[in-house]
Write a protein that binds this ligand. Structure first.
Ligand code: AMP
Length: 198
């Protein structure tokens, strides 16, 4: 299974990604986690991206694409993966399609966690208090939502026309969203058509 999980900041992608990936026995690969780990460990990459993450902007495409290609080249991703937080731009969409096509492979489905952006801003403000993430000030949260809506939300149309979208409502308990997601993905993979489970 080669899967993406998409949705606005605060939709619960990280939590669902880990749980859904373990359901299918594939690694969950989060570009945000990779960048944050590098910042924490003070690597060269971490130094390059620290200010970008703090501002809530996007890391340059070529750099992000290289990080993902290196990660997908690891043996544990050979049979499948769930990408969380990538792709976020049309450039990244094309890079991923090209990476997979060069290996005779393609995506099986794109899970979308659907929620109202205003509700999500509230959820993120709460998470910022609990986790103390450096990129979670109110100003950054609003900026990240704007960047998502302008740069990333339009990518869903690309995957919809490819018949890959499995869209589920992001509201409810973690378990409810997980069950909904697995059901939608099973159907999307089985039928290869867009699925909308509310
Ligand atoms: P996330 O945990 O997915 O919200 O990512 C946290 C931050 O990492 C984002 O706000 C960006 O600064 C950066 N980032 C993560 N994934 C990408 C990506 N695919 N393209 C560019 N920047 C990214």
């Amino acid at each position: 299974m080669r899967l993406l999980i998409m949705g606005a900041p605060g939709a619960g992608k990280g939590t669902q990604a880990t749980s859904i990936a373990s359901h299918y026995g594939i690694p969950a690969i989060s570009t945000g986690d990779i960048f944050r780990a590098n910042v924490k460990q003070r690597t060269e990459l971490g130094r390059q991206v620290e200010a970008i993450l703090s501002a809530g902007d996007y890391v340059p495409d070529e750099l992000t694409e290289q990080i993902v290609a290196d990660r997908l080249d690891q043996p544990d991703a050979a049979k499948g993966f769930l990408l969380d937080g990538f792709p976020r731009t049309m450039h990244q969409v094309t890079a991923l399609d090209d990476y997979l096509a060069a290996r005779g492979s393609q995506l099986d489905a794109v899970l979308v966690l659907d929620a109202d952006p205003d509700d999500l801003v509230g959820r993120l403000l709460k998470r910022a208090q609990l986790e103390g993430r450096a990129d979670d000030t109110e100003e950054t949260i609003r900026h990240r939502m704007e960047v998502y809506l302008s740069d990333t939300a339009p990518l869903l149309a690309h995957y919809e026309s490819a018949g890959l979208l499995a869209k589920v409502a992001a509201l409810g308990t973690v378990e409810e969203v997980r069950e909904r997601s697995v059901a939608a993905l099973d159907r999307a993979v089985g039928r290869g058509t867009a699925v909308d489970v509310q």
